[in-house]
Design a protein around this ligand. Structure first.
Ligand code: ZN
Ligand code: ZN
Ligand code: FE
Length: 744
């Protein structure tokens, strides 16, 4: 990315002659000059790299002196500009930022300023190679000044494809709720006034539209939430700079670095007590999603007026983020009061990425803008595979050689819009990876949209991969490890080999195959899907596991069941196992325990009860709750019934529920370690791989890693992809690839 111009400028700075050229095996640089200059040039190559450039290896050799004069950028061997992978979008760099607010600069307050080191990339491409003609900038002919920069190797904007200025580039406009153009000389200033008045403004960003409101304005938030039917889910905010972030949240070093990184993700951080933002931004949870401005427009918006702006993806519930002007006006009818749009088309949808820090490392929760479509580099070579992902939090993945191209976050395959987005992403990734694999990997679940899609697409072979095996294999692939590992997959739900709903799994796994060596005890999910939205049902099921037919007594005492008449129904459906599948899910167990502790009976989004249980578990405790490891046949089973009985007893004794929530969070890592030790005694394996949605819970993850390491295990956990279902497509692809390679 901007590497050759960087080398050019560096050579010029040290008065060296020679050339730089892209070749298929890397970049070749030849320099000629005094030894000291060459030495400082070399240290510059390593120390002054442009923001997103990565050098994996440098090798040096002496060559004959050619008495060259001047320094040249030579055309690539293949002709043209050579192979350039599409890079992610990058936040406004410091130089562009300075120009943006410099009254002397010709781009003063121009909201589309960018250079080779920053600006849109993936989101403006319609085809490859990445040339202006193949982007949505093709309809903006460069003015002579911009053209001069674009053609000058010494300029920061040499071959910056989205280069533009007020004279030749895109411009903002403001529309009313019906999409009618409002004539206003300064749409941005107008938007600031509207936001201050509490209006909801839809704003076109880099990878899609945001809905923005003043984060301090309770009324505006209420309006936004009721219009978006998103009554409780936490909303992300954007603040002006790092010191504004530090006033709102407790930031560690890693968190600060992530907020400031050129990818500019949303970072989940622990909030402080502050009245800078309304409590309605993120009710009931201890974490807050914060990001810093990443486009010139954001910088100008936050320049003076707001402590924080809510910036949430503009979409209807479960639908993908809006991308085009007309689409936004249609789909956001009744939600947005105004639209701040521009005429540079977004061609690839890209949500904000979400990251957090646990055990001192960056963890992805949603991988999209700024990170995708950078491929994951694998340790081994694989044939071309297309993996379609699971049902929720889907990504798709194309495997090719040693690269795995994982798409930006697509989302839940529940609406026609989301399915169209999956199709869009498939076409995009085929272009980026430059192949159309005909071996297709998908989930085992017969009714997932992606499974059905696999059966419809032209394929020479379809390989179905068990959900939790895919979880473990994806984490293995990120770390480039092979051979047998103990896989601990703690998850919401996934289709099991036996047709039950898995989700608390201990596997002995390698890339191509696995055995289920242990799991969380099976319990019923009374009402099936309904139990996900109504955790009290799970609490009832857990009480029934613990007390048999006497469950009602405890349920009554703890006031679990919302209405008296439900006792009879619940009993009946559980006895008859009517619409009550068996599950071993830890995610659902979390929900059930949350309901037992009175956190909530109903949720409005998946994982809400579990998140609130985590928020409740502040503080420390040495108290462990009793959990049994039983052996049935050859399989180890984690029996949580003693724990459930213990929790009920403690509640009866009037013990503080916060302490119980803490003890629950401390107990799980210990029993996972006990299980891993039991498996190590049987198999001799001492590598543990963690994956699954439950490890989004920081207390659980940090505890588990630390318990396992203390017991002498080598622990591997995701660092490139999310531990939730965003990683499944990679696991499917690698598992299928390994099966093909081994002739399975
Ligand atoms: Zn820049
Ligand atoms: Zn221009
Ligand atoms: Fe999962």
């Amino acid at each position: 990315m901007g590497f050759r111009p960087f080398i050019y400028r560096l050579a010029a700075k040290h008065s060296l002659s020679g050339y730089v050229q892209n070749r298929s095996d890397g970049v070749v640089v030849e320099v000629e000059g005094p030894e000291v200059s060459i030495a400082s040039f070399m240290s510059g190559v390593q120390g002054e790299l442009p923001p997103l450039a990565e050098v994996s290896q440098i090798s040096c050799a002496e060559v004959e002196i050619k008495e060259d004069t001047g320094f040249r950028i030579i055309e690539s061997e293949s002709g043209g500009l050579g192979k350039v992978y599409i890079t992610p979008d990058i936040a406004t760099c410091s130089q562009c930022f300075a120009e943006l607010f410099d009254p002397e600069d010709r781009r003063f307050r121009y909201p589309f300023i960018n250079c080779t080191n920053c600006g849109p990339r993936l989101t403006i491409i319609k085809d490859i190679p990445y040339d202006r003609i193949n982007t949505s900038m093709s309809c903006f002919p460069l003015c002579p000044l911009c053209r001069g920069e674009y053609d000058n190797p010494a300029d920061r904007r040499f071959h910056a494809e989205p280069n533009a200025c007020p004279a030749c580039g895109p411009a903002l406009s403001l529309l009313d709720e019906a999409g009618k153009l409002l004539p206003d000389k300064d749409p941005l200033r107008k938007v600031v006034t509207l936001l201050l008045k509490g209006y909801v403004v839809a704003m076109k960003g880099l990878g899609g539209f945001h809905l923005a409101v003043d984060a301090a304005n309770d009324e505006a938030l209420k309006r936004l939430r009721s219009r978006k039917f998103r009554e409780e889910k936490p909303l992300a905010i954007m603040v002006k700079d790092i010191s504004a972030a530090a006033r709102i949240a407790q930031l560690g070093k890693e968190e600060e670095a992530l907020l400031l990184s050129p990818q500019r993700p949303i970072v989940l951080v622990r909030r402080r007590e502050t009245d800078a933002i309304s409590p309605a931004v993120a009710p009931g949870v201890s974490d807050l999603g914060i990001m810093l401005p990443y486009t010139p427009l954001h910088h100008m918006l936050l320049e003076n007026h707001f402590q924080a702006l809510v910036m949430t993806s503009a979409n209807q519930v479960d639908e993908p983020i809006c991308m085009r002007n007309r689409e936004a006006i249609q789909r956001l009818r009744g939600i947005a009061d105004y639209f701040l749009v521009h005429n540079r088309d977004i061609l690839v949808r890209c949500d904000d990425s979400i990251v957090t820090v646990s055990s001192g490392k960056k963890r992805m929760l949603r991988r999209s803008r700024g990170f995708a479509p950078k491929p994951v580099t694998l340790k081994k070579w694989y044939p071309e595979i297309l993996a379609l992902g699971p049902q929720m939090k889907t990504t798709l993945c194309i495997l090719k050689g040693t690269l795995a191209f994982v798409s930006p976050h697509i989302g839940d395959m529940e609406t026609p819009e989301a399915r169209d987005f999956h199709q869009e992403s498939l076409t995009l990734m085929q272009k980026i990876a430059e192949c159309k694999p005909d071996i297709i990997a998908c989930d085992l679940h017969p009714s997932y949209y992606t499974t059905k899609l696999a059966e419809e697409l032209p394929a020479s072979r379809i390989i179905k991969v068990q959900h939790h095996h895919a979880h473990i294999v994806s984490a293995m692939a990120e770390h480039g490890i092979e051979g047998e590992v103990i896989g601990v997959a703690m998850d919401g739900t996934g289709y099991g080999l036996d047709g039950t709903v898995w989700g608390g799994e201990f596997l002995v796994a390698e890339e191509a195959a696995f055995t289920r060596i242990g799991h969380i005890m099976n319990y019923l999910l009374p009402g099936g899907e309904k139990a996900i939205r109504e955790p009290w049902r799970i609490a009832v099921s857990l009480l029934r596991e613990a007390y048999g037919n006497n469950w009602q007594e405890a349920a009554e005492e703890l006031q679990i069941v919302p209405e008296k008449s439900y006792y009879e129904t619940m009993n009946r459906i559980m006895v008859q196992k009517f619409n009550s599948p068996l599950t071993s899910s830890l995610g659902r167990l979390f929900d059930g325990v949350a309901a037992l502790l009175g956190v909530r009976k109903m949720v409005t989004f998946e994982g809400q009860a579990a998140m609130e249980l985590e928020a409740m578990a502040k503080g420390k405790t040495d108290v462990l709750l009793p959990v049994d490891i039983r052996e049935t046949g050859n399989v180890l089973c984690l029996d949580f019934s003693p724990m459930i009985r213990n929790i009920v007893d403690e509640i009866r004794k009037g013990r503080n529920k916060t302490e119980i929530a803490c003890a629950f969070h401390v107990t799980l890592p210990v029993v996972f370690r006990d299980m891993a030790e039991a498996i190590r005694r049987r198999t001799g394996i001492d590598r543990v791989v963690l994956s699954g949605g439950c490890f989004q819970n920081r207390i659980l993850t940090e505890g588990t890693i630390s318990e396992l390491e203390k017991a002498g295990f080598v622990v591997y956990f995701h660092h490139l992809l999310p531990t939730n279902d965003g990683c499944i497509s990679l696991g499917q692809a690698v598992c299928a690839g390994a099966q093909v390679m081994r002739g399975i």
